[in-house]
Design a protein. Structure first.
Length: 445
């Protein structure tokens, strides 16, 4: 029911509601999509449903300049797939269009938010992620209890896989889709040579969950700063939730997600306080320079080796794949291969495990130029906005967006944005809010 001018009207979520409210519903229901096994396709359906609502109601719309670079990347990607599809199997071509669809979703999300963003919408999105954070903690506790008590709930089947068992065949032909259908909560993995529980629920694999939690922590923290609490108990509960989300981020053992979170925090803190606390920032820079000096004295190779050896098998596989991918990409430097093939050497396609290297392999120099140009303009926009913010509430939102975007850019060095539904959706929601942010700031001056 929606109240309008004192009159209650019957409303059906995702049908009669506004498309911006649908974003809120989409986030709230992420655990349901996961249980049903719909994560791999639900964001596509809901985003393009929202676009349809937008298209039939809007008379004119505006496009942020930076979005043209993303459009350029998409067009080069499409051209590259069409140019190279002939020698590949149908399944690999379909998989490539599936990866491409995530960038299309991103472009649509940005366009929708940019044309109808409001302060109320931002707070609703943050509230949705706040509620989602509680659900993540509940599922996390269930996963750890199942693991330590040896209960048979660490691996489950989604509703779709339960009613259509034949979808098990996707394990060989479409492992990424199968990962959304087979719900792995937690499993034993080795870190620093020690067997430890590693969580992977909600997302398709642990590093994707790491990326999701890397975004959830700052969003929940900023919501905590913006929310007006009625009771002290509610405030304490939210604080505990943020701490637990961070501990779960550590529990993913996703080194790049944890590293991205820490570095983004330092960058955002420095950029946000450089005017206010100049002497403190100078002191912090001196400390960081000393850390770098110690790093150089001890031997960078020794430290890097220790980090890589934390999960040695994973590191060796990734770097071998990166080296081979770059060697192959150089052979088609301008438009790339478009399609990521599978080989017998690796159990993952060539061009995987890095958004940037993957973009170079798939779209060549031209596509990489458009993608990097888009990301550069997004970061530049964020930096410029610092000098226009006066109100504290907008400053908190600016900090949150900065942490989400910068940490994601770091995380994408070793992970694919176009293979992780929740991370991809959340990242582009934050970008959409950022590109709309200037209008909101000036509206409230």
């Amino acid at each position: 029911m929606i109240k309008n001018e004192g009159i209650y009207k019957l409303s059906f979520p995702l049908i009669t509601t506004s498309y911006l409210y649908d974003f809120y519903i989409t986030i709230i229901l992420i655990p349901l999509w996961w249980i049903l096994g719909l994560n791999f396709i639900i964001f596509h359906f809901l985003v393009f449903l929202c676009f349809f609502k937008f298209f039939i109601k809007i008379k004119n719309f505006k496009i942020p300049h930076s979005l043209f670079f993303l459009f350029g990347y998409i067009m080069v990607y499409i051209f590259s797939i069409i140019l190279n599809f002939n020698p590949y199997s149908v399944s690999r071509v379909v998989a490539s269009f599936y990866n491409l669809s995530f960038w299309c979703i991103g472009a649509v999300v940005i366009l929708l938010i940019y044309n109808n963003c409001s302060e109320n919408f931002i707070l609703k999105i943050f509230r949705a992620f706040n509620l989602f954070g509680y659900v993540v903690i509940i599922i996390g506790f269930f996963a750890y209890i199942s693991y330590f008590l040896n209960l048979p709930y660490t691996r489950l089947s989604s509703f779709i896989l339960y009613i259509i068992p034949s979808l098990e065949n996707l394990k060989q032909t479409a492992p990424l889709v199968y990962s959304s259908l087979s719900l792995t909560l937690i499993y034993k993995d080795y870190f620093l040579g020690v067997g430890l529980p590693r969580i992977t629920f909600i997302e398709v694999f642990p590093t994707a969950l790491g990326g999701m939690l890397m975004l959830l922590v700052p969003i929940n923290y900023v919501y905590f700063k913006l929310k007006k609490y009625k009771t002290i108990f509610e405030k304490i509960l939210d604080r505990i939730k943020i701490i637990l989300l961070f501990l779960m981020l550590v529990g993913t053992f996703s080194r790049m997600a944890i590293f991205g979170f820490i570095i983004s925090f330092l960058i955002v803190f420095c950029c946000g306080n450089i005017r206010k606390n100049k002497f403190f920032i100078i002191g912090l820079i001196i400390i960081l320079l000393n850390i770098i000096a110690i790093f150089l004295i001890i031997s960078p190779k020794f430290i890097i080796d220790k980090i890589l050896e934390a999960r040695k098998g994973s590191s060796i596989t990734r770097f071998s794949l990166y080296r081979f991918t770059i060697e192959e990409a150089i052979k088609k430097p301008f438009f790339g291969y478009g399609i990521k093939p599978r080989t017998e050497v690796w159990d993952i396609p060539i061009g995987s495990h890095s958004t940037y290297i993957g973009a170079f392999y798939k779209t060549g120099i031209l596509g990489s130029f458009f993608l990097c140009g888009f990301l550069f303009l997004v970061v530049l926009k964020w930096l410029k906005l610092r000098y226009t913010i006066v109100q504290k509430k907008f400053f908190y939102i600016w900090q949150c967006i900065g942490m989400c975007i910068i940490s994601s850019l770091i995380w994408m060095i070793t992970d694919d944005l176009d293979a992780t539904p929740i991370v991809c959706f959340t990242f582009f929601v934050m970008v959409g809010i950022l590109l709309s942010f200037e209008k909101l700031i000036f509206k409230n001056i």
